[in-house]
Write a protein of this length. Structure first.
Length: 110
């Protein structure tokens, strides 16, 4: 992975983990409540970025891109999918780091 790919990976992973924590807390209180449009917009932006980073090989589900804005998902639906993406991001990371956590084949971009 080059520097730009690593930066994109780290940003996407951080966003997914933060959203998972925030929406996971909502899901514990009200799992069946619909997520609001404001939050869904950021969730879908994060999925779009993660889909770019993961590519076909690491993406959790081939037929999932993002949630439909016309059918608001529940807090638990969003939490579940964020968890799937976080797991796949970890697989991508673990396949590209050595036993010390250093990125393999790190290439500088010009």
């Amino acid at each position: 992975m080059n520097e730009n790919q690593i930066d994109n990976f780290e940003k996407a992973q951080t966003q997914l983990e933060s959203l998972h924590a925030e929406i996971g807390a909502l899901a514990k209180k009200s799992p069946n409540d619909a997520l609001n449009e404001f939050k869904l917009n950021f969730v879908n932006q994060s999925f779009a970025k993660a889909n770019e980073v993961l590519g076909k090989k690491y993406k959790p589900f081939a037929d999932f891109e993002q949630f439909d804005n016309d059918r608001m998902p529940t807090n638990s639906d969003v939490t579940m999918m964020l968890g799937q993406y976080i797991g796949c991001m970890e697989k991508l990371r673990s396949d590209n780091v050595d036993k010390y956590g250093n990125w393999l084949n790190r290439k500088k971009t010009i």
